[in-house]
Design a protein around this ligand. Structure first.
Ligand code: IDC
Length: 351
């Protein structure tokens, strides 16, 4: 059970009055008191839509999704099991699972059929647990997404077609463009988006920004490249990634400025260094979380695996042993910290 029934009933009454319960934006606006088994983030919020610079639920109310990204499926698929996803949905109370499909480095390009099938399967597993499924086309090396445009068209056409009846999908079409200008990324997005929309006209699409998803900051540029030359498509958001121990004030203020002007979704962040390893900077990570809570910026943390690095939430060996998955016992410090912040409702009022 995700939400006590009394909270649900109260929430439904408030929702009817156009009010929300404050604490947990993504779960605070029930459509009807349908019983606790249906009180999942995806059931409550339904089809999402970009509204101004925010992400809104089926009632047009701004919400914030919080959840976890998988590690690369080619390496850590064994961390995504019935048990681990039960824990993510039921113990962590996550709203969203990001399914990280690397294209290179032993990923999609080596076995398009096998990886596409695995993504289908993971979408079904997230859906069965009432979570949103954020499908991440994890291009990284090479950094120009155009390199994989034809592959992306093939992949997303099948994904969008197969899951067109679902209301819980989000597509992240370029993980971290790097070494490439914003105008080239925009051109990629404008070629791919119509292909996806032909199958799934209403699914929000997330577009990676230049400089490894830094809104250009890591390239010595900034968000004005995007603000002044946005992708010509509706129902899209732009992504921002940060690693708290590496990315300081300049990145924080870019996120703050940009999110006033364009819809931003933080599809990946870590509490440690950009390597996904090294010491955690929980203080700075909390500043980002406070900002994102205040502005209802959705976020997804990297990563739900037992990789040896500090940014993988589970201790090494957890996945091969198939758990245990719940509670804090199997978690590294970053895992304990992020689980708390996914579980615990924001203290910020919504709306
Ligand atoms: C890292 C993985 C590591 C892998 C490396 C290269 O943890 O196992 O060898 O990628 O593929 C990102 C990327 C994400 C990175 C992560 C941590 O999106 O793929 O994962 N990171 O370095 N951007 C900033 C950090």
């Amino acid at each position: 059970m995700r939400t006590p029934l009394s909270t649900l009933l109260a929430g439904a009454l408030l929702a009817g009055l156009g009010l929300t319960l404050g604490p947990s934006p993504a779960t605070a606006t029930p459509s009807a008191p349908t019983g606790s088994e249906n009180a999942t983030p995806a059931a409550i919020n339904g089809r999402l839509k970009v509204c101004g610079v925010k992400l809104c639920n089926q009632y047009g109310k701004p919400i914030q999704l919080r959840g976890m990204s998988s590690h690369g499926l080619q390496w850590y698929s064994q961390c995504l099991t019935d048990g681990s996803l039960d824990a993510l949905a039921g113990d962590w109370n996550a709203d969203v699972l990001r399914i990280s499909l690397y294209v290179q480095e032993g990923g999609y390009e080596t076995d398009p059929r096998g990886f596409t099938d695995r993504v289908h399967e993971l979408i079904e597993m997230a859906t069965a647990r009432g979570m949103y499924a954020l499908v991440d086309w994890h291009q990284l090396t090479p950094g120009d997404p155009n390199h994989n445009l034809e592959r992306a068209k093939t992949f997303f056409t099948e994904i969008a077609q197969r899951h067109r009846g679902k209301t819980n999908l989000l597509y992240d079409i370029a993980n971290e463009p790097n070494g490439v200008s914003w105008s080239r990324i925009k051109s990629y997005a404008e070629q791919l988006i119509p292909v996806v929309r032909a199958q799934a006209p209403d699914t929000p699409i997330l577009v990676g920004t230049h400089g490894w998803g830094s809104l250009g900051i890591s390239d010595g540029r900034d968000e004005t490249d995007v603000v002044n030359d946005p992708v010509r498509a509706s129902n899209i958001m732009y992504t921002f990634h940060f690693y708290a121990a590496s990315h300081g004030e300049e990145y924080l203020s870019a996120l703050d400025r940009a999110s006033d002007r364009i819809p931003v979704f933080v599809t990946e962040f870590g509490t440690q260094e950009a390597s996904g390893d090294g010491p955690n900077d929980f203080d700075r990570a909390q500043r980002y979380l406070d900002l994102m809570g205040r502005k209802q910026i959705s976020w997804v943390n990297w990563n739900f695996s037992d990789d040896h690095r500090t940014g993988a939430v589970f201790t090494t060996g957890t996945c091969d042993a198939n758990g245990p998955w719940t509670g804090t016992a199997p978690l590294k410090p970053a895992g304990v910290w992020i689980r708390d912040r996914i579980r615990t409702p924001d203290s910020f009022p919504t709306g």
